[in-house]
Design a protein around this ligand. Structure first.
Ligand code: NAI
Length: 301
């Protein structure tokens, strides 16, 4: 069965370059009407230009697809509202939202001006929040939505010189974890992509050899599935790179219970620290209540 997006309207942020461009071209080639948002910024988020978004729209139209360009900045709520407004005015609705726009301001923490920290949080984390703020009510009213947010191995596992980016990218996972629960009853599914692909941003931290292996098309296949009617998962972090696909998850181990009927001292923690931190039999949870239930189960009164 071929996955198609006929009669679906997709808003894709940061779609003038890299991964977002690839998503836009693919979804449009499968029938979606696409709002191609891109500020046209440099990799560090400075400057702006309408041409990247417009070029993607021109390419989609040349291939017989439907698309409009939008040049708004996702890091400002009033500007982000205009992106969704443009989808409503041009195509009547929003079915799919891919929050993809991103910048990098890598520096070690000691050397990082707060402005660089805040800018990265504003584009990645708040940009994602602002887009969802504007699109979620539309999706709720129609009882349908597919939202893809974007994390990174840097946020999931940490990368030297990226405290700002890591904080933003894992913040996005926390945002998704709650939003998936609020969206579920309205048939709004929220999933997260953790990509690795050759792009301007990746080029600043990856070797040339690695870049050759990382075709954006590999990531696009997973994102397109997550945007489709066929996908019924919500709250998953899907990793995609170089033809490999997997899932990342926050897990908690079984830990150690000392019981509640005696004092627990730091020395007791020290003595059992290896057992407290061993990760065999670790489990993931679909909501926080499941994690607290496990603690109750380990600690019967
Ligand atoms: P890219 O630099 O090729 O594309 C990002 C686009 O976002 C640019 O066209 C830029 O103009 C646009 N943009 C930046 N700030 C914006 C703003 N305020 N409003 C609207 N548009 C804005 O980067 P790439 O690699 O395609 O990254 C896409 C997403 O994937 C980002 O969120 C990035 O953090 C994430 N990612 C990418 C990885 C990779 O290996 N390429 C790895 C992990 C995550």
């Amino acid at each position: 069965m071929t996955i198609r997006f006929d009669n679906r309207v997709a808003v894709i942020t940061g779609a003038g370059n890299g991964l977002g461009k690839n998503y836009a071209l693919f979804l449009a080639s499968r029938g979606a009407k696409v709002v191609v948002n891109d500020l046209g910024a440099a990799p560090d988020g400075t400057g702006q230009s309408g041409s990247p978004a417009q070029q993607v729209v021109d390419e989609i139209k040349a291939g017989g697809g439907q698309a409009v360009a939008n040049y708004d900045d996702v890091s400002k709520p009033e500007s982000t509202a205009r992106i969704i407004q443009q989808a409503l005015e041009s195509f009547g609705t929003v079915d799919i939202l891919i929050c993809n726009a991103g910048i990098l301001r890598d520096k070690t923490f000691l050397k990082m001006p707060l402005e660089d920290f805040e800018s990265v949080l504003r584009v990645h984390l708040l940009g994602t929040v602002y887009c969802c703020t504007a699109a979620f009510p539309v999706m709720k009213d129609k009882g349908y939505g597919r939202i893809i947010v974007t994390t990174s191995v840097s946020g999931l596992f940490g990368n030297f010189g990226q405290t700002n980016y890591g904080a933003a990218k894992l913040g996005i996972v926390g945002f998704m974890n709650a939003l998936k629960q609020e969206g579920h009853k309205y048939n709004i599914l929220v999933n997260c992509i953790a990509p690795l692909a050759a792009s301007r941003l990746a080029g600043t931290v990856m070797s040339e050899e690695l870049m050759q292996m990382l075709k954006p098309e590999f990531v696009t296949a997973a994102v397109a599935y997550l945007c489709s009617d066929l996908c019924q998962s919500t709250g998953d972090i899907i990793c995609a790179a170089a033809g490999w696909y997997g899932r990342a998850q926050v897990v908690q181990n079984k830990g150690v219970s000392f019981g509640m009927d005696r004092e627990v001292t730091p020395e007791m923690i020290a003595a059992r620290f290896t057992d407290i931190t061993r990760m065999d039999e670790a489990t993931g949870f679909s909501k926080s209540g499941e994690a607290t239930a496990l603690i109750r189960q380990m600690n019967p009164s």
